[in-house]
Design a protein around this ligand. Structure first.
Ligand code: PGA
Length: 248
């Protein structure tokens, strides 16, 4: 059976107390003990919280992920975190290429490939985010943009294969806005993504994730769309109750 991923991207919005309360509520909830083994929950807190949450999640099926990593192995890169130290901190996943990093921090596809390689070299599973802006969407350029964002990554995978690769399609205009594409639009994108990866990464173990304004009201319908292997959830993942309603 294919796994289904629920990835909580807490961005910079979760405090230490909030994160600990969330984790306690999650591991003590009856839903948690009866989760199918195919349900994979990944929590992505900000860097300083990783070391606090790792011991709490140890020996549970819940995985810890970081929100970005350095494209460098180590060295004089003030403010960055290497994939190797993220692994030491207990991470097994890491988001890269999130639109807030691309747009606010100017991260390029070349840097994202550097991050990808660092993650693969340190046995972390990359969750690579791609997606078009509102302007690109309005111009009908979505697939051109997705293809561009995947080009260097596909090449990097061919040279340095990740054991597992997660690709998260997040339309930039849907992130934090309460707007989502229609389910038919999402379905069409995922058919394209599935075929594109089949044609270019035939032997890869890839999972396709949707993100962008996923909440309790729309998650059930999005989950049913063909080729979707998981959800990447931002604001609706901050409170356990809302997140639980998305998972169950
Ligand atoms: P959102 O964020 O669910 O708040 O739209 C998703 C994301 O940025 O990953």
């Amino acid at each position: 059976m294919r796994p289904f991923f629920y990835i909580a991207n807490w961005k910079m919005s979760q405090s230490l107390v909030g994160a600990q309360e969330f984790v306690h509520a999650l591991i003590n909830d009856s839903m948690f003990t009866s989760l199918p083994v195919t349900t994979k929950i990944v929590l992505c807190p900000s860097f300083p919280l990783l070391g606090f949450l790792a011991p709490e999640l140890k020996d549970t099926p819940i995985a810890l992920g970081a929100q970005t990593c350095s494209p460098h192995a180590s060295g004089a890169y003030t403010g960055q975190a290497s994939a190797s130290t993220l692994a030491e901190a207990g991470c097994t996943y890491c988001l890269i290429g999130h639109s807030e990093r691309r747009l606010l921090r100017g991260e390029t596809d070349e840097q994202i490939v550097g991050q990808y390689n660092q993650l693969v070299n340190n046995n972390l599973t990359p969750i690579v985010c791609i997606g078009e802006t509102e302007k690109e969407h309005a111009a009908g350029d979505t697939l051109i943009i997705l293809e561009q964002q995947l080009t260097l990554l596909i090449k990097a995978y061919q040279e340095n294969s990740a054991r597992t690769l997660l690709i998260a399609y997040e339309p930039v205009w849907a992130i934090g806005t309460g707007k989502t594409p229609t389910n038919d639009e999402i379905a069409a994108i995922f058919v394209w993504l599935k075929n594109h990866l089949k044609n270019n990464l035939a032997n890869a173990t890839t999972f396709l994730i949707y993100g962008g304004s996923v909440d309790e009201t729309n998650s059930a319908a999005i989950k049913k769309i063909a080729h979707i292997d998981g959800l990447l959830v931002g604001s609706a993942s901050l409170t356990f109750k809302k997140f639980k309603n998305i998972v169950v």
